[in-house]
Design a protein around this ligand. Structure first.
Ligand code: SF4
Ligand code: SF4
Length: 227
């Protein structure tokens, strides 16, 4: 093999030298995560600070690996914790089992449980792996609590409920741009994603109630009146 053949062998290597570098110096440098990335959960609050969880246990019922434990309790009439009749008195997620499927998030009727993008966490004992309500509930500013064994970087605390930017509930692109969720402490009403339905231009995306959209769809499909 001549020198020329040797250089030919390095052709691809030399070509790559001029290309932009894609390697990140992880963990010093983190790659941006996809918008709907499923990380560790947070329990959200309404804008007035009330807890969104109503202790209905639907998330626990739907969890395929049974890693959620919830107990509901009647709200004290003089100082209700949530706007519902009940609130989540006990809330635990066992992260040794969680597979981050997000079925709990889908099942929750009040958007109380959502996922952040935090996956850089590890434990040295089983106790730390079981997150209790104290750790899952967002703080007084609506931000996730940052635990000593979690690697949070600046700005990551803002990314706590990507699924709600999904704009096609039940896979229907007609819902693109329709806000069907309530405001969150620290964030207000989160804007929807766009770009799923090619017929909807971003400028046409309006914020109107899900009820109005649902009513028009029901009328179109089944006729009659919707009150
Ligand atoms: S993400 Fe899936 S596995 Fe994890 S707690 Fe929710 S339902 Fe259970
Ligand atoms: S997180 Fe949602 S689904 Fe789970 S108990 Fe609370 S309100 Fe119900």
């Amino acid at each position: 093999m001549g020198v020329l053949d040797g250089l030919k062998g390095f052709r691809l290597t030399f070509k790559q030298i001029a290309e932009p570098r894609v390697t990140k110096q992880y963990p010093e440098e983190k790659r941006e995560k996809p918008p709907r990335f499923h990380g560790r959960h947070v329990l959200n609050r309404y804008e007035d600070g009330a807890e969104k969880c109503i202790g209905c246990e639907l998330c626990a019922a739907v969890c395929p690996v049974r890693c959620i434990y919830v107990r509901g309790k009647d709200n004290p009439p003089d100082s209700p914790v949530s706007p519902g009749e009940r609130y989540g008195f006990v809330y635990e997620i066992n992260y040794l089992r969680c597979i981050h499927c997000d079925l709990c998030v889908e099942a929750c009727p009040t958007e109380a449980i959502t996922e952040s993008k935090m996956f850089e966490f590890s434990f040295t004992n089983r106790e730390d792996a079981i997150y209790t309500k104290k750790e899952l509930l967002v703080d007084d500013n609506g931000m996730p609590r940052q635990l000593p064994w979690e690697d949070w970087r600046e700005g990551e605390e803002q990314l706590t409920s990507a699924w709600m930017r999904a704009t096609a509930p039940q896979g229907d692109p007609e819902f693109e741009g329709v806000v069907s969720w309530s405001g969150e402490l620290g964030f207000g009403v989160r804007p929807p994603e766009s770009g799923q339905n090619k017929d909807v231009e971003p400028a046409e995306v309006n914020h109107f109630s899900l009820r109005e959209v649902a009513a028009s769809k029901i009328l179109r499909r089944y006729g009659g009146e919707v009150h």
